[in-house]
Write a protein that binds this ligand. Structure first.
Ligand code: PLP
Length: 239
């Protein structure tokens, strides 16, 4: 048995140093950036250790893995974020544990989330996932709405009972004009967030940046970074 707690503590400290340094470089306060640890593919025992180490936000991208993990950790003071592509038939399960769904990208999903949130009497935070590489009307390959579709979808979320419009989320595109240009991509997301806040001032969350590009996200103004590998290690297989 390796000392998993020691390993996670060391990784977490390293990520914490990176976030602090990025904040300092950008002239931002450390409190302006929230770390969300992406625990996908890792067991509930790791989530428990992370909680002991002071982590308060975790994220998952597949309901079939997340649901049992969240149930096993329901005694912990954690906020659960759902960050994967979400099918409407999984909405009932996801609303059972998710505090925030970061991958809202179509009207049908808004309707389903609202209906279920109302049914169980919960408020679910929603971020609009933006596909920066999608055409003006298309949706991204990995989910997300094109920039031109944000306003309409945000309006739907804001008007939907049981849902709270939190802001925007993106994953830096791997291909197209933003490939290898994470900071430019994240700055574009910030501009879109500025536009959104003209009509929805409270929708101030900007979720961007992962293990490889959290510095660029913090530099651009992200309020939430989603870090998996740098805390938990390289995921076995796909994930
Ligand atoms: C897996 C995942 C992350 C974390 O990625 P790492 O490179 O492991 O830090 C962040 N956001 C989303 C949407 C993910 O699916």
């Amino acid at each position: 048995m390796t000392d998993r707690k020691g390993e996670l503590a060391a990784n977490l400290a390293q990520v914490e140093r990176r976030i602090t340094a990025a904040c300092t470089a950008a002239g931002r306060k450390r409190e302006e950036v929230t770390l969300i640890v992406v625990t996908k593919t890792y067991p509930a025992s790791d989530v428990r250790i992370l909680s002991e180490l002071g982590v308060r936000h975790v994220a998952e991208n597949r309901d079939q893995d997340a649901a049992p993990k969240a149930a096993a950790c329901s005694d912990l003071p954690l906020s659960w974020h759902f960050v994967g592509q979400l099918q409407t038939n999984k909405v009932r399960s996801v609303v059972g544990y998710a505090d925030v769904v970061q991958s809202v990208d179509r009207a049908r999903l808004v309707t389903a989330l609202s209906k279920e949130a109302e049914r169980v009497g919960r408020e679910v935070g929603c971020l609009i996932q933006v596909a920066l590489d999608a055409g003006e009307s298309a949706r991204g390959e990995r989910g997300g709405v094109a920039p031109g579709g944000i306003a309409e979808l945000a309006g739907l979320v804001a008007a939907a009972p049981g849902l709270r419009l939190g802001g925007l989320m993106t994953v830096a595109p791997l291909t197209g004009e933003y490939a290898g240009q994470q900071q430019v991509a994240f700055e574009r997301l910030m501009d879109l967030s500025t536009d959104l806040r003209r009509t929805h001032p409270a929708a101030n969350m900007v979720s961007a940046g992962m293990s490889a590009d959290l510095e660029q996200a913090v530099a651009a103004g992200a309020t939430h970074v989603r870090v998996g590998t740098a805390v938990l290690g390289v995921r076995p297989g796909l994930g």
